[in-house]
Design a protein around this ligand. Sequence first.
Ligand code: SF4
Ligand code: SF4
Length: 81
Amino acid sequence: MKLDAPFPDRYRSAMRRMTPATIAAVDLAACDRCGLCLPLCPPEALHLERNVLTVEYGTCTGCEKCVAPCPVGALTMVAYA
Ligand code: SF4
Ligand code: SF4
């Protein structure tokens, strides 16, 4: 099986659903570690450990639910690279 062979359309559309176009990114200089965003993330992609907020890139679905509620605007959506 050729691993680099083009995927049939039905697989490509399934992959697009799984791979978000954008994901959340945190501005650590702005984030005050309040923890408000943590319970807002459906797949639990946000983690506050050792006083540093991180976004788990393989888990973030790009839903944007964390962005607007952040009181200091530390979360933005960036292109998934
Ligand atoms: S809500 Fe904003 S300031 Fe609070 S932990 Fe999340 S990113 Fe940081
Ligand atoms: S964009 Fe959605 S999935 Fe990603 S960290 Fe924010 S709330 Fe979680």
